[in-house]
Write a protein that binds this ligand. Structure first.
Ligand code: UFG
Length: 332
């Protein structure tokens, strides 16, 4: 299929692009490079630098490349920023999404796979979380992702735009060529690895008084390659004429506490990784663990890398290789 990947220069988007190309699809990446990196896009994919709010550019990209389906990943995704600057989140995640849907309808393009988030659930008590759990976002990031998910439902009913909405839990790890590089970095695993490299002095643990086994927050980490594979399966299901669906994307199980993640990183890197205890971070739910039963039974999807050691090790290999490469460029 000929697929447009919005946000395809980002951390997850670049791996989804790799996975689609490996699956025999032709990919056009559409990204404004506000957060993504041009060099994260593999050479086998075409690249268009464009704004999600630019309907004409989207329309001509869809039409000129004879696009048949869209993976929509372009978004703002920092929970903290969304609380202080909700307007940006409504603009990109809701308005931008609607502009894309409008351009798709005008160009006669469908279906669509959408990057949603566990943040739509808020802080549910019942774990693991099933897709039928009540949605109750606690921040504008989750709220705007949910708003677009709901728009998809009504666009499907009225216009027949079939979709899969993938509610990501915690994406982590790296492929040999693509890893996490955000600026500023706020995610636990890359931060801990930067401490291991000596780039940051210590990692602050945000709260140790949660009702969890060691007092720190529990999350469900899923390898970015597994996450990417789920996009390809979703797209192929839709291409076969399958019905719209919402799926959680996590590994399930018990999840891992923040302390466990740090211990695994110590084991993987062989470094000490100094830790400082800090207060809770606003808006952090104590526990977010997916029930991944629905996507397993409907699409036959199971994460291949469920061991956090392997996930962290892949991120460590990528980061170490990148630093070595940067050092050789400086030396030369
Ligand atoms: N954490 C720390 N110290 C840090 C950074 C994080 O203790 O320096 C903790 C957080 O409090 C949290 C856990 O590590 O308990 C994981 O935090 P991340 O920032 O790596 O990830 P989040 O779980 O906060 O966020 C992820 C996605 C969001 C999504 C959210 C759903 O990155 O996009 O899950 O709640 F919205």
């Amino acid at each position: 299929m000929r697929v447009l990947v919005t946000g395809g220069a980002g951390y997850i988007g670049s791996v989804v692009t790799e996975e689609l190309v490996a699956g025999g699809h032709e990919v056009v990446v559409y990204d404004d490079l506000s957060k993504g990196h041009r060099d994260a896009v593999i050479d086998e994919a075409a690249f268009v630098q464009g704004d999600l709010l630019d309907r004409d550019a989207l329309f001509s990209t869809l039409r000129d490349n004879a696009i048949e389906a869209v993976v929509h990943m372009a978004a703002r995704s920092l929970v903290g920023e969304s609380v202080t600057e909700p307007a940006k989140y409504y603009e990109t995640n809701v308005m931008g999404g609607l502009v894309l849907l409008d351009a798709m309808r005008a160009a006669g393009v469908g279906p669509i796979v959408f990057s949603s988030t566990a943040a739509v659930y808020g802080a549910p008590e019942k774990q693991p979380i099933e897709e039928t759990a009540p949605v109750a976002p606690t921040n504008p990031y989750g709220e705007t992702k949910l708003a677009f998910e709901r728009a998809l439902r009504w666009y499907d009913e009225a216009y027949g735009v079939r979709y899969v909405s993938l509610r990501y839990f915690n994406a982590a790890g790296a492929t040999p060529r693509s890893g996490e590089r955000h600026d500023p970095e706020t995610h636990l695993i890359p931060l801990v690895l930067k401490v291991a490299l000596g780039e940051i002095g210590e990692v602050t643990v945000f709260g140790d008084d949660y009702p969890t086994k060691d007092g720190t927050c529990v999350r469900d980490y899923i390898h970015v390659s597994d996450l990417a594979r789920a996009h390809v399966l979703s797209l192929e299901m839709l291409a076969r004429g399958g019905k719209s669906a919402i799926y959680n994307l996590g590994c399930g199980g018990d999840g891992y506490t923040v302390r466990e993640v740090i211990d695994v990183a110590r084991e993987v890197t062989g470094k000490e990784i100094p830790v400082k205890m800090g207060p809770r971070r606003a808006g952090d739910p104590a526990m977010l663990v997916a029930s991944s039963a629905r996507i397993a039974s409907e699409l036959g999807f199971r994460p291949a890398q469920q061991d956090l050691r392997e996930i962290v090790a892949s991120a460590w290999r990528w980061l170490s290789a990148r630093r070595a490469q940067e050092a050789s460029v400086v030396a030369a």
